[in-house]
Write a protein that binds this ligand. Structure first.
Ligand code: DGT
Ligand code: MG
Ligand code: MG
Ligand code: MG
Ligand code: MG
Length: 244
């Protein structure tokens, strides 16, 4: 078979191996989850079941792929950090990206009914994915800080937005207009004055997203946290994450 006259077509397959010595970050994002969340009645601004299902799918991915040392999830996305020296699939980009994306997606579907026992899936969800290379520890940390700051900004906005709509009786257009151009302090103030909500009391899961760490003990497992990953503390306590 290898030597048939047709075998030359193999030469059309080009190498897509990722640069050695760099960290790999694979980010998956739900396709049109604006629609998917509506169709499945996700709670606004945050649906705990949906977020826990994302965590569960990510945990399964990390159990299957031990070279993923860290993951961060928020909303309909998850970012996976593969150790710098990973040799997974000989670092072939398409192979890594498609394998992780497809496994994550099937785990999401596989576990759906455990998290949404009363909500049949109305149509199959899909996720898109990309891999970005980061050459040093600083850029990896800044990548994760970027995602966590995004979580915070979006969650603060969405929390006030839905309070204005659900409790304040505003239309979504009015709520948008009310919030347009407001600074974070003004949003905190609005929440407290008008709705008696102290933003600090909101669940860390919503404010900070989910941090999954591959823990190497007697038996390998995954730890789920909702902690700060912007400051040094998290990284200093887990120097093995960036060790290679
Ligand atoms: P895309 O990613 O370009 O295919 O389009 P979308 O619609 O997935 O947009 P994206 O990823 O920027 O935003 C995520 C959407 O998912 C956003 O419209 C709100 C929805 N979503 C995510 N988590 C929750 C949740 O916990 N509750 C609700 N109600 N919606 C959520
Ligand atoms: Mg997207
Ligand atoms: Mg999306
Ligand atoms: Mg998204
Ligand atoms: Mg095959």
């Amino acid at each position: 078979m290898a030597n048939s006259k047709y075998a030359y077509v193999r030469n059309y397959e080009l190498s897509d191996s990722l640069l050695p010595g760099c960290f790999l970050v694979c980010r998956l994002d739900g396709h049109s989850f604006h629609k998917f969340s509506e169709e499945h009645g996700f709670a606004k601004p945050n649906d705990k079941r949906a977020l826990e299902l994302m965590d569960r799918a990510a945990m399964d991915v990390m159990t299957e792929y031990k070279d993923i040392v860290l993951a961060f999830g928020e909303s309909d996305e998850f970012s996976f950090l593969l150790r710098r020296s990973t040799d997974l699939y000989n670092r072939r980009q398409a192979k890594i990206l498609t394998a992780l994306t497809s496994y994550f997606t099937s785990c999401y579907v596989f576990h759906w009914s455990k998290y949404f026992p009363d909500t049949p899936m109305r149509y199959p969800p899909s996720f898109d994915g990309r891999i970005v290379l980061y050459p040093d520890e600083r850029s990896v940390r800044d990548y994760f800080a970027w995602r966590q700051v995004d979580t915070h900004i979006n969650n603060l906005y969405n929390t006030v937005f839905w309070a204005l709509v659900q409790q304040g009786g505003k239309t979504t257009a009015e709520a948008h207009a009310t919030l347009s151009g407001t600074a974070s302090a003004a949003k905190h103030e609005m929440l407290f004055q008008q709705f008696n909500i102290n933003y600090n009391d909101i669940s860390a899961r919503y404010k900070r997203g989910s941090v999954l760490v591959q823990v190497k003990k007697a038996r390998t497992m995954v730890e789920v946290l909702h902690c700060d990953i912007i400051r040094d503390e998290f990284w200093k306590a887990r120097s093995y994450v960036l060790a290679g």
